[in-house]
Design a protein around this ligand. Structure first.
Ligand SMILES: C[S@@+](CC[C@H](N)C(=O)[O-])C[C@H]1O[C@@H](n2cnc3c(N)ncnc32)[C@H](O)[C@@H]1O
Length: 395
């Protein structure tokens, strides 16, 4: 039994079964014992899972190429520009992006501010060390705050941030015809699943997040067909984060790269147990309660709800496409004139294959891009993406 396990049992003994959301918050973010705070290597070959960043620098370089195209045009019309990255982990992606911009777009690099959003003092320190060569370019904020509304002209983005926020896990009891919350209790000396009644506020907000899947239909029709035990995740923090980021954006693009579901996928009955899973040593597991703090926990992002939330506060949707589609549209611009990218090597071709291959990262990752345009521009914020068909429709 580890220290975090003991701490969880203590809290359950004092307060009763805890919501899975609280369990996940402590398992990932307890200030000393949480998975992301323990100081172990989590990402890459020696860790528990790969991200697009751990494949090599190409992912950041392709993003830098796309951002440069957007930001050079935006800077001409709207003045100084920013890139804001949240969930930057150890700062590798920021270093890849800044390194490419410094080499290939020195003028934009000089006029650019790169801001990292990082609540964890430990991660902040790791990022500071990693980004030492770019110290003059980089600043930090612990949170995207409301007071910073309308403060960003440029790009706000994250890679695998939203799927790492703690989620509520809700289940459907077909016999009682009611929703309940999956919670964590102690049974026979071990952490075990329990059911808690739902507050009406939580139920309303969680069901609201499914409404893009119902296309205006009502929940009573849904209740008649949902299998007993049907489970889904509700991620309030992702929605709040997206709304705050949208409010911070004066002019430019808001993007998320993540595992996630479209409106058409939210209620697929073959996914009756939801999307939460655990990663440890490059193995995926459904045993979410095992080794708290010792394995990653992650749930698919509800892209349809994010898209609706952004549109409600005035953003236009540029695209929701697979990572394969997003990166191949960049590669299609680079490959005919590799010099514009600084050359194209066999190693970069290898990295691209991993990033876009449907069995690696190409299909499971998706990219939501929204934009706000507040000054008249000589070009469209959507660029080439807006015209592209969404390959997920046929995926
Ligand atoms: C899966 S990792 C991100 C991986 C990284 N972006 C990459 O591409 O390799 C999730 C990160 O999000 C950070 N995080 C969690 N909550 C956050 C928040 N509210 N704001 C910013 N970062 C957060 C965690 O500390 C963790 O480093």
């Amino acid at each position: 039994m580890n220290l975090l396990d003991t701490l969880l049992r203590d809290e359950i003994a004092r307060l009763g079964p805890m919501s899975f959301r609280r369990f996940m918050e402590l398992a990932l973010y307890h200030p000393e014992l949480g998975y992301y705070e323990r100081g172990a290597v989590q990402i890459g070959r020696a860790g528990d899972f790969f991200t697009s960043v751990s494949v090599g620098p190409l992912f950041g370089e392709l993003l830098a190429f796309r951002f440069a195209g957007w930001l050079e045009a935006l800077a001409r019309d709207a003045g100084p520009v920013q890139i804001v990255e949240a969930g930057a982990h150890d700062g590798t992606l920021a270093a890849d992006i800044l390194g490419w911009l410094e080499r290939q777009r020195p003028e934009l690099f000089r006029n650019l501010d790169y801001c990292l959003i990082e609540p964890s003092p430990r991660r902040h320190e790791l990022q500071r060390q990693r980004l030492q060569p770019f110290a003059a370019k980089v600043s930090w904020r612990s949170h995207l705050d409301k007071p910073s509304a309308n403060s960003v002209t440029g790009v706000i983005f994250s890679n695998e941030l939203l799927d790492a926020f703690p989620v509520h896990r809700l289940g459907w009891d077909a016999r009682q015809r009611q929703w309940f919350e999956w919670a964590v209790a102690v049974e026979g000396g071990v952490l075990a699943w329990a059911r808690l009644p739902l507050t009406s506020n939580l139920q309303e907000a969680a069901l609201q997040s499914l409404s893009p899947a119902l296309g205006g239909g009502d929940f009573s029709a849904l209740a008649a067909v949902l299998p007993n035990g049907f489970t889904f995740e509700y991620n309030p923090e992702a929605l709040t984060w997206w709304r705050t980021a949208a409010a911070s954006l004066k002019h430019g693009w808001l993007m998320a790269f993540d595992y996630g579901l479209t409106a058409g996928e939210l209620l697929r009955t073959e996914r009756t147990r939801g999307t939460l899973r655990a990663y440890g040593g490059h193995r995926v597991s459904q045993d979410l309660l095992a080794q708290p703090g010792g394995q990653d926990l992650t749930a698919h992002v509800n892209f349809a709800a994010l898209q609706a939330a952004g549109e409600l506060v005035g953003l236009g949707t540029v695209g929701l496409v697979s990572q394969e589609h997003f990166l191949m549209s960049i590669a299609a611009e680079i490959l005919p004139v590799p010099k514009a990218f600084g050359g194209w090597s066999e190693e970069q071709a290898r990295q691209l294959r991993t990033l876009v291959h449907p069995n690696h990262l190409g299909r499971s990752f998706r990219v939501l891009t929204q934009a706000r345009q507040t000054v008249s521009l000589s070009y469209a914020l959507g660029g080439t993406l807006a015209k592209a068909p969404d390959p997920m429709d046929t995926a």
